[in-house]
Every structure is written in structure tokens, then in C-alpha cells.
Design a protein around this ligand. Structure first.
Ligand SMILES: C[S@@+](CC[C@H](N)C(=O)[O-])C[C@H]1O[C@@H](n2cnc3c(N)ncnc32)[C@H](O)[C@@H]1O
Length: 279
């Protein structure tokens, strides 16, 4: 199936109509997909405080993450603008109680305002024309004390892998992003850790945790050849995914961003007894 040459939405975003098969094979097929899911299975319970709270999964794609949360007792709402991806998610999640809504992130303040105590937005911001405003929109959907599990495609890792592959001129010119054309899966807005830190601070979100997803795999000269090699690679990815400097070159960066329970302006004054005990 061929998508039209100009594949961007009115907001300049790349909805994945026409890309479902390619995405399924490229991102979830083979070792890459196995590592991504195995690492999320380890990291989500470590990085999030989970107690079965409702979850909004923004840009939920084929539904793997929604399924993971639904299996653990969360009432999941999956929002996704692409009708093709949403249909595939519906098939994948058949039999699970997941509410599906066809909507882009920008429409969620009207269509799923919450406020939500738990939101996931994985591998979506890098496909948007204006990821900075999108992060502010997500922050606005969070309840006080709410957690956002954010995963973004790492621009610095993209540079590194281009150099490793010998694309030196491209790296030198810093021509790293894709243009969202046809069936290409190079994100149009890969992000740096510095951007995520700065934009989170702008919209009042605290960075509570960060990890790298696939810190080694995408730089290998040859893929693991045996089951033993695959296991050793997974063990290495698990051991170093939160260790500096390795996490910084993960193909994706996974964050827990938290909206403070009360902002300084709205925090009620301490009662006199508390003031004394804190003196
Ligand atoms: C790389 S896929 C990630 C899917 C899923 N979150 C995952 O981690 O497997 C990016 C998804 O973002 C969706 N998307 C694109 N623009 C969007 C927007 N404005 N709002 C919400 N989702 C969007 C695409 O249609 C696609 O399903």
C-alpha cells in the first residue's frame, strides 16, 4: 500500500495510515521489538507508581502498551488518530476492556479531558510538527500528582547510529530527521534529552526518572546469532539502561514526568502546629 507523498495532517503530524504493516515489522518484529517490550516490562513497574489507576494511552498505535496495562487491571482508554492503526489495535486487544477513541492528541482536552492520574505517550512526539506544544497539552490533561510515561525517539542516538553506519555527510550536516514522506519510518521530530528537560520544566512537570531503551542493540556490527547471544544482549540492556552514560544513547528515552500534587501558589498555608514542628 502506498501512502500519498504529502502524508502530514493539518497540524503537520504523521498519522500512521498506510504504515501499520511496516511499523509492525520494523519496530515490533525481531530482536528490536523483543527488546523494547522486555525492557518496558521491567521498567514500567520500576519507574511508575502503579495501583490499577485508569490510563490514557495517547497515540496508542497497535495496542501493545494498552494491552500490558489492561492485563494488570487498569481501565485503559487508547486514543489514536489513524483509523488503520486503531482497527489493528482493536483486533490485538479483542477480549480486553479497552476503550478506543479515534482522536489526535490535540483533540484530547475536549474528547478525553480527565484529569488523568496516569497517561502514557510512547513514540508519538517525534511524529508531530510541534512536539513542544503537545507536551504542554499532555501536562494539562494530568491530575495534580499525576504521572506521564513519556517515550521519545532520541535525536542524539540517531546521529550516533548514522555515524556508525557511515552516513558521515548526513551527520555532519545534521540532516537527521525524516520528512514524513511515503513509507519512511524516520521520525520528523526526533528529540534531545535537553529539549525534554527544558519543555517539561516549562509546563510544570518534574522529571522523576529516565532510562534508555535499546542502548546497545542498534549499534551492533552484527545482530546476535544465537539464543545465548540474545539473552546476553538483553541482560546488558537491562543492567545499563538506567546507568549514566549508557542511557543517554538509547534509541528511545523513557521518562516518568510528574505533575506536582500542589503548585506553590495554590498550596494551602501550613497550620500553626505544623509550622512549629518544622521550625
Ligand atoms: C511510532 S507509533 C507509536 C505507537 C505506540 N504508542 C507504540 O509505542 O507502539 C506513533 C503513533 O503516533 C500516532 N500519531 C501521529 N500523530 C498523532 C497525533 N497528533 N496524536 C496522537 N497520535 C498520533 C501515529 O498514528 C502512530 O500510531
Amino acid at each position: 500500500m502506498t501512502a500519498p507523498a504529502s502524508s502530514l495532517s493539518a497540524h503537520g503530524d504523521r498519522h500512521f495510515d498506510g504504515l501499520a504493516d511496516k511499523f509492525a515489522a520494523s519496530l515490533y518484529g525481531g530482536v528490536r521489538g523483543e527488546l523494547r517490550l522486555a525492557l518496558l516490562d521491567q521498567l514500567l513497574p520500576e519507574m511508575l507508581e502503579l495501583h490499577g489507576q485508569p490510563l490514557l494511552d495517547v497515540g496508542g498505535g497497535l495496542g501493545q502498551l494498552a494491552g500490558w496495562f489492561a492485563e494488570r487491571g487498569h481501565a485503559v482508554t487508547l486514543a489514536e488518530p489513524s483509523g488503520e492503526m486503531l482497527a489493528r489495535a482493536g483486533e490485538f486487544l479483542a477480549g480486553q476492556e479497552v476503550r478506543l477513541i479515534q482522536a489526535p492528541l490535540q483533540a484530547l482536552p475536549e474528547q478525553a479531558p480527565g484529569p488523568w492520574s496516569l497517561i502514557a505517550c510512547h513514540a508519538v512526539l517525534e511524529w508531530l510538527g510541534d512536539p513542544r506544544t503537545a507536551l504542554a497539552t499532555l501536562a494539562g490533561l494530568l491530575a495534580p500528582g499525576g504521572q506521564l510515561s513519556l517515550m521519545v525517539f532520541n535525536r542524539d542516538a540517531l546521529r550516533f547510529s548514522n555515524v556508525v553506519k557511515g552516513n558521515l555527510e548526513k551527520a555532519l550536516a545534521d540532516r537527521l530527521e525524516g520528512r514524513g514522506e511515503r513509507l519512511r519510518l524516520t521520525p520528523i521530530s526526533p528529540l534531545t534529552h535537553a529539549q525534554v528537560e527544558a519543555w517539561s520544566a516549562e509546563c510544570g512537570l518534574a522529571v522523576r526518572g529516565v532510562a534508555g531503551i535499546r542502548i546497545f542493540n542498534d549499534y551492533l556490527r552484527q545482530p546476535p546469532q544465537s539464543d545465548a547471544d540474545r539473552e546476553a544482549l538483553l541482560a546488558l540492556e537491562r543492567r545499563y539502561c538506567r546507568v549514566d552514560p549508557h542511557w543517554r544513547l538509547g534509541r528511545y528515552l523513557l521518562y516518568t514526568l510528574v505533575r506536582p500534587a500542589t503548585s506553590p501558589e495554590t498550596r494551602p498555608p501550613l497550620p500553626d502546629t505544623d509550622k512549629e514542628s518544622q521550625a
